[in-house]
Design a protein around this ligand. Structure first.
Ligand SMILES: Cc1cc2nc3c(=O)[nH]c(=O)nc-3n(C[C@H](O)[C@H](O)[C@H](O)COP(=O)(O)O)c2cc1C
Length: 252
């Protein structure tokens, strides 16, 4: 089994590790130009972004070829995933293949402009991640065929969100500010999955192709990277995942 995953704060890396098999980071596969994957089972594990599929995952799927008997996906979300599974199905069918299994799992919502990470950590036990994950793992091990369905409301919400999304990656990247406690350690550059940050004996400089994953600010050791409308100064990384693992997964 091969698991292709994308993770900014470790939730999906945790899921990927628990599901098992050979783990391949999507940013690393893209960096290495690996586009062909062959195994009995192949899984895509990634977060919902803006009620849909993160642009980095969509781009990866569009340029990849999956040869397997059982293609599955697990999408983690924080509050409401909209019709992300439906969008994923569309992207994959345009790439000429189809899924045997798609499921979603609710975890900590790491969208800093929308949520206080301290409160998210507090309510995390209520989401019963490990119990839901155990069911998903059992389904995958049993090669269960099942695709979660999205209702009309979810589809409408995703449609509206995709229309509203203005593609202003440049503006988003330039909205970060760096406080004086920045130690110029370069962690932000190392965890950025698209190589959008440069640190050269100075504070980080953000280029204009940010995918808004927030790995830079969430994983900053001195917590020096701020967003204009952040709910609090608290930051999050999945407690089972180390900073080194995020760097390993995302470093460009
Ligand atoms: C740019 C961005 C957009 C997001 N959009 C949604 C969303 O539409 N719905 C939702 O429930 N969670 C959303 N989230 C939360 C993530 O899907 C969720 O926290 C996920 O588990 C993070 O995975 P990771 O730790 O592997 O990066 C968003 C997070 C980010 C950074």
């Amino acid at each position: 089994m091969t698991i292709l995953y994308f993770s900014a704060t470790g939730n999906n890396l945790y899921l990927a590790k628990e599901i098992g098999g050979e783990l391949v980071s999507i940013p690393q596969a893209m960096k290495n130009g690996t586009t062909s994957f062959s195994d009995d089972k192949i899984g895509l594990v990634f977060p919902v972004y803006h009620l849909s599929v993160p642009s980095i995952v969509a781009a990866f799927i569009k340029t990849s070829h999956f040869q397997c008997d059982y293609l599955f996906a697990v999408l983690s979300y924080g509050m409401f995933g909209g019709a992300a599974p439906n969008e994923l199905k569309k992207i994959v069918s345009e790439a000429g293949t189809s899924f045997s299994y798609i499921n979603t799992i609710q975890m900590v919502d790491n969208w800093v402009p929308g949520f206080d990470m301290a409160k998210q950590k507090e309510i995390d036990p209520k989401k019963k991640v490990d119990a839901h994950l155990a069911n998903i793992v059992a389904d995958i091990n049993a090669s269960k065929k099942w695709i979660c369905r999205n209702g009309l409301f979810a589809k409408l919400a995703t449609k509206i969100m995709l229309k509203r999304k203005d593609g202003s990656e440049a503006a988003f990247a330039q909205s970060f500010t760096v406080e004086d406690n920045c130690t110029k350690c370069g962690t932000c550059a190392k965890v950025c999955p698209v190589g959008n940050i440069v640190v050269e004996n100075a504070k980080p400089v953000f280029d204009n192709h940010c995918i808004r994953c927030l790995a830079c600010t969430q994983n900053c050791p001195p917590n020096a990277i701020r967003l204009p409308r952040e709910k609090s100064r608290h930051r999050y990384r999945n407690p089972h995942i180390s900073l080194q693992e995020i760097i390993q997964a995302n470093k460009q």
